[in-house]
Write a protein that binds this ligand. Structure first.
Ligand code: HEC
Length: 190
């Protein structure tokens, strides 16, 4: 079968059905971070803003303060978890800190790929642990019946790294997003 898959279709395949949706994260950012980190408020302390798609794209990327699929490497999450008296804690000075439930939501959202729901799903850099591409393009199906052709690149957290045959870009697709059959395919792939 010839692959005629559009970028929009890839987004549809990789998006949706997450445990934590961006709306929930946006609400946390808005209540606890926008006062100092929003273009709309004219405040971008530390040159960081969390409200516009352009500014979020600078933050959410491999090597950024939010690394899609990798909470441990995401300095933004780390700074939210620091104790109140740590100089690098965010928000600073123990004021309006995140609740444990908000920390968990942020962590889960990052683990699931840190999708913001606008623009393309972020591409991810495979970690060293991820297996090199085996080269074989396989068919993958989502839990709502969409199918895509992609090469298995490895497992990362609760997601699978797939290189889309249509455009050779690598996406982190949450395992929960895949059909049971494709989840088994991912887990048995080498
Ligand atoms: C009262 C103001 C204030 C609030 C509220 C605040 N921050 Fe900050 N933030 C700062 C300042 C000031 C800096 C720059 C600190 C520095 O450079 O030493 C900063 C820096 C940062 C950085 C480091 C940027 C870099 O260079 O990598 C991150 C990440 C960050 N904040 C995340 C957050 C998050 C997430 C929230 C909300 C949960 C938040 N901040 C809320 C004032 C604030």
């Amino acid at each position: 079968m010839k692959s005629l898959v559009s970028a929009a279709f890839i987004v549809a395949f990789t998006h949706a059905a997450y445990a934590v949706e961006y709306a929930q994260i946006k609400s946390i950012f808005s209540q606890k971070c926008y006062a100092c980190h929003a273009v709309s408020k004219g405040k971008t302390k530390g040159d960081l803003a969390l409200d516009t798609p352009e500014k979020l794209a600078e933050v959410i990327k491999p090597g950024g303060q939010i690394v899609p699929g990798d909470p441990a490497k995401s300095s933004l999450l780390t700074s939210c978890k620091l104790p109140d008296d740590d100089d690098d804690s965010m928000p600073p000075k123990g004021k309006n800190r995140l609740t444990p439930a908000e920390i968990t939501a942020l962590e889960t959202w990052i683990k699931e790929g840190a999708f913001t729901g606008s623009g393309p799903a972020p591409m991810v850099a495979p970690t060293a642990a991820a297996a090199p591409a085996a080269g074989a393009v396989q068919s993958w199906t989502s839990n709502d019946g969409k199918a895509i052709q992609a090469t298995f690149m490895g497992l990362q957290g609760d997601g699978v790294l797939l290189k889309m045959a249509a455009n050779n870009e690598v996406f982190l697709v949450p395992l929960a997003r895949l059909s049971a059959e494709s989840q088994a395919q991912a887990k048995s792939a080498k």
